[in-house]
Design a protein around this ligand. Structure first.
Ligand code: SAH
Ligand code: SF4
Ligand code: F3S
Length: 462
């Protein structure tokens, strides 16, 4: 994934002058590929920015990179396997530049630590998900010839340092507002890979947002694993809802999104902010995981089906027409057919605009690991397919209700369906593909929806 906007000031070849001779010194190049969630994507932006500041230049071609980095995810077993197979394919099919170094960053690096060097001795660098502020020192050690350089400390006071970042999208910027998680859901590695919950001071968050606005970003996405559990360590901004209000008030910011809120901390005040602050988008991603209270109890999710649905009720009763999305796990240990059907009935009841669904993956070190992995793989696959088909119909119906409507979108890229078209997103985070000229990139335009699909809309400029 290319993460960097091209920066003509930095992408040039460095020239140094000694007496009357000019020596052209090729700058070192880095390649970075990201696995996992938005936090990882944003971490890659921070690492890319730091390396750029050190004089490295980005490349999309790993075979020409001096530093090949994989930013890893550990959430499911498959995510782990992907990294090692990618590592193998990078070394086999591209072959790395002589003297090139390979590094693993992120959540799997954090969790596995030095064991990575045993499993993959060609890896030179391991940096955990809270140690990116140490990249300059660590890369310098590599440059000086050290092998197996590692940092997986989690409690650095440099965690929320403002990084020189290189953002992947010129119109939408991620902003970290907290790190880690204290909830310890029984299936989840995040509290181990990202450590305990730590909130970033509100004034630092806002000063980053002011900077982004002055650089021309109209949209920000506030990030945290339980983003609505954010508390200002300085005690100045009273709540997460207060932070949303202050973010929306920054001149130049026209859209504010956030992910992922935890249902237990989701209060009506957040919906009130959406109703009174047009910049705060009409979209909530509220991970449910299961529709069965009994499964939720074993997952240690801290809410029942009914408590979750009460949150949905106050979100859906808002005049703002707030889109809802969620995450679902099928095949958690002991999940019966009846439990699974409760998840289907919850999907029906809520009518989500989008879901992300996964087969349960038993993760060593988590509490649920001791429960075994009791639902056979084949049955998990069957439930996942049933769930996805069930949801596809719900989404198609939801999207069909928008046909004929006029909607405002922020045009943020080329259409992924048809390269000659553009795409943008509505306040509800619906993708609209439409014919239009590239000058519209980065602009807010109005479109009329002409067709609906399960995952996107087609429209025409008004
Ligand atoms: N903080 C978010 C979740 C982040 S992890 C929340 O509290 O909901 C993203 C998603 O990965 C989770 O919502 C869950 O659906 C899925 N996930 C996490 N651990 C998993 C596991 N062991 N097996 C399968 N899916 C998992
Ligand atoms: Fe994982 Fe639960 Fe924390 Fe979400 S709230 S990151 S699922 S432990
Ligand atoms: Fe994966 Fe880490 Fe995100 S485990 S989902 S990259 S927080």
């Amino acid at each position: 994934m290319a993460l960097l906007k091209s920066d003509p000031c930095r992408r040039h070849t460095l020239a140094t002058r000694r007496s009357n001779q000019t020596h052209i010194v090729e700058p070192k190049k880095f390649f970075i590929e990201t696995f996992g969630c938005q936090m990882n994507l944003h971490d890659s932006e921070k690492v890319a920015g730091t390396l750029t500041q050190m004089g490295y230049v980005p490349t999309d071609d790993p075979s020409e990179a001096d530093l090949v980095l994989l930013n890893t995810c550990n959430i499911r077993e498959k995510a782990n396997q992907k990294v090692f197979s990618r590592l193998g394919s990078l070394q086999k099919s591209y072959g790395t530049k002589p003297g090139a170094k390979v590094g693993l960053l992120g959540c799997m690096a954090q969790m596995e630590g030095v064991k990575i060097f045993e499993r993959a001795p060609n890896v030179d660098l391991v940096v955990g998900s809270s140690s990116y502020s140490f990249i300059p020192e660590l890369v310098e050690k590599l440059e000086q010839g050290s092998r197996h350089v590692i940092d997986v400390t989690q409690d650095s006071d440099r965690l929320f340092e403002t990084y020189a970042d290189s953002r992947g999208n010129p119109y939408k910027a991620f902003v970290t507002i907290m790190e880690g998680c204290n909830r310890f859901c029984s299936f989840c590695v995040v509290p181990y890979t990202r450590g305990r919950e730590r909130s970033r001071p509100g004034d630092r968050v806002l000063s980053e947002i002011r900077r982004l606005a002055s650089e021309g970003y109209p949209e920000v996405m506030l990030l945290g694993q339980t983003v609505n559990s954010w508390r200002d360590p300085a005690g100045i901004i009273p709540s997460f809802a207060g932070l949303l209000r202050q973010t929306a008030a920054v001149p130049g910011i026209r859209r504010v999104r956030f992910t992922s809120p935890h249902p237990s901390d989701f209060h009506p005040e957040i919906v009130e902010v959406m109703e009174t602050t047009p910049q705060v988008c009409n979209q909530v991603h509220l991970p449910v995981q299961s529709g069965s209270t009994e499964v939720l109890r074993r997952m240690k999710r801290d809410y029942t089906r009914e408590e979750y649905l009460r949150r949905v009720e106050f979100i859906q009763s808002s005049p703002c027409d707030i889109a809802l999305s969620t995450d679902v796990i099928v095949g958690f240990p002991g999940e019966t057919q009846e439990d699974f059907e409760e998840t289907l009935s919850l999907l029906q009841r809520v009518g989500y605009d989008q879901i992300f669904s996964f087969k349960y993956s038993a993760r060593p070190g988590t509490e649920a690991f001791a429960l075994g992995d009791t639902v056979p793989e084949e049955e998990k696959g069957r439930r996942l397919a049933v769930l996805q088909e069930f949801q596809r119909k719900i989404q198609t119906q939801r999207n069909e209700q928008l046909v004929g409507r006029e909607l405002e979108i922020l045009v943020d890229g080329k259409s992924q369906k048809n390269a000659s078209e553009l795409m943008g997103r509505t306040t509800q985070n619906k993708i609209v593909n439409f014919p239009g000229s590239p000058e519209l990139l980065g602009k807010f335009v109005r479109v009329r929806v002409s067709r609906a699909f399960p995952n996107s809309l087609a429209g025409e400029l008004i």
